[in-house]
Design a protein around this ligand. Structure first.
Ligand SMILES: Cc1cc2nc3c(=O)[nH]c(=O)nc-3n(C[C@H](O)[C@H](O)[C@H](O)COP(=O)(O)OP(=O)(O)OC[C@H]3O[C@@H](n4cnc5c(N)ncnc54)[C@H](O)[C@@H]3O)c2cc1C
Length: 459
């Protein structure tokens, strides 16, 4: 970093909150994707005013500034694609207030998801999005990526819980959006514009979140299906039945085989396994819902249906689903975890299409995910040192995205666009929508300093 700018940054954040150390630069060059690019320096901000001053320097000098939470993103969103200053928000990690009577919590962006969950637990409340990375990912990152999780079908994603934000714009102005009320129709919904914007429009420095009372009872069951059509029909009919399970997960055949090879779970090697959970406030309520779910399983030729009678049995049923990502990640030297999402009635079509793409390109693709909201995770396993295989993976990935779009779906239900899916944005969004997004980016960030190179905003 240029010495003059370095000294200006140190003046804002202090010597202890500025780094150019190799170990930090290497850490900041990655997230959980395959992308990497080193920044020139990193700064830890502790207050919105510091963020404002840092952005003013970036804007004046036209140096990229990349907001960063825990760096667990799976699409290269926090990777400093064009170098510059990494703005690390991890030290802004205070829960500012919890107001049960108002059903909300106000937090700084560096608070880890699990820390908020722990703080809400004694009140019997929770913050529902529940990303699988919740033990490390930050709430600022969750907001910037609109994170979701296994309970998306019933509880939605982060977007559904953000009531208001404090945001620092690329020119350094500090803005408040939204309100602390459950309802507001006052002006444009600027809050929603920032949720999922991947740090390209502003830096989130405070978040007001709606919280929910935590259900106190759950029921869990698992069903195996010899055909994908039966499993797909079961998913649709559960939705018809008027029950909204809190969890409805699916494991495809390739995933089941991989789990069997790498664990002692000994699952039946069928086309699909569905795992369902219902939640509520009494066992009677959750069992009533689960009975209806299991009726649908039976009606659709489930081979085996198991219901958990105890918490231990429920944990046993969850084991296969919970092990999927880690088991698959170990099989080849490289993997890409996709998160295409389709209307729930198309889940079976997506699974069949993914299998066909895998066969066509001789690539192992194992799929699992959230059948209840149509968000599946085809995990593409490959040898990244084999150029021919890498090329086939690239072609297969493009076909996978096209398949999801043709089925009426979207490129990403959870993991965002970042660098990985930027080349495919125009598959999903028409030229007018792309033009509006690029115009918005230019309006907020005319010098393109905030997290540049992401989301195909520069086309
Ligand atoms: C094992 C594993 C499991 C995962 N499971 C899930 C899952 O179930 N659901 C899901 O949705 N995701 C999941 N993810 C992806 C990832 O955890 C989420 O995208 C998460 O929300 C990222 O949070 P983070 O703090 O790590 O953000 P980072 O990766 O640091 O940043 C992500 C993006 O947010 C921006 N950003 C971060 N903080 C701010 C801020 N304060 N203001 C403005 N922009 C900001 C960054 O610039 C970047 O564009 C998983 C990842 C892994 C590795």
């Amino acid at each position: 970093m240029d010495e003059r700018i370095k000294q200006e940054l140190i003046k804002i954040v202090g010597e202890e909150n500025y780094t150019e150390r190799l170990i930090d630069m290497v850490s900041y060059s990655y997230d959980a994707s395959e992308h990497s690019h080193r920044p020139s320096c990193g700064v830890w901000a502790e207050r919105a005013e510091q963020v404002s001053e840092i952005l003013k320097i970036g804007n004046r000098e036209k140096i990229p500034v990349i907001p960063r939470g825990a760096g667990t993103g799976l699409s290269g969103m926090a990777v400093p694609a064009k170098g510059g200053i990494v703005l690390d928000l991890n030290r802004m990690n205070k829960i500012l207030s919890i107001s049960i009577e108002d059903r909300l919590a106000v937090v700084q962006p560096g608070v880890v998801y699990a820390s908020l969950e722990n703080a809400l637990a004694p009140y019997g409340f929770f913050f529902p999005p529940d990303p699988a990375s919740g033990k490390v990912a930050t709430l600022g990152g969750n907001v910037a990526t609109n994170a979701g999780g296994v309970k998306g079908a019933k509880y939605g994603t982060t977007r559904d819980y953000v009531l208001g934000l404090q945001v620092v714009l690329p020119d350094g102005r500090i803005m408040r959006t939204g309100s602390k009320t459950m309802k507001s129709v006052s002006g444009y919904d600027l809050t929603r514009l920032f949720v999922g914007s991947e740090g390209t429009l502003g830096v989130v420095t405070e978040i007001t979140l709606k919280i929910n009372p935590r259900p106190t009872a759950t029921s869990t069951s698992m069903a195996t299906f010899q055909s994908l059509e039966d499993a797909g029909r079961a998913v649709s009919q559960i939705i018809y039945s008027g029950i909204v399970p809190s969890v409805l997960e699916i494991l495809g055949r390739e995933t089941i085989i991989a789990i069997n090879k790498n664990t002692d779970l000994n699952l039946p090697e069928v086309d699909a396994i569905l795992l369902a959970e219902t939640d509520g406030y009494t066992q009677e309520e959750t069992r009533y819902q689960m009975k209806k779910v299991m009726e649908v399983f039976h009606k659709n030729n489930a081979q085996e249906v198991r219901e958990a009678n105890t918490a231990e049995e429920a944990a046993e049923l969850w084991k296969a689903r919970k092990s999927a990502y880690a088991v698959l990640a170990r099989i080849k030297t490289h993997f890409a975890l996709e998160d295409v999402t389709v209307p729930m009635s198309k889940v079976a079509d997506l699974l069949k299409g993914v299998d066909a793409i895998g066969r066509k390109h001789a690539i192992q693709i194992a799929t699992f995910g959230h059948a209840g909201d149509g968000n599946l995770h085809p995990q593409i396993l490959y040898d990244g040192h084999n150029p021919d295989e890498v090329k086939r993976v690239e072609t297969a990935t493009g076909e996978l995205f096209k398949l999801a779009i043709d089925l009426g779906g979207t490129l990403t239900g959870e993991h965002g666009i970042g660098l990985s899916k930027a080349p495919y944005m125009t598959l999903e969004h028409d030229p007018v929508a792309m033009d509006v997004m690029r115009t918005l980016k230019k309006m907020f960030d005319p010098n393109n300093i905030l997290n540049p190179g992401k989301m195909a905003l520069e086309g």
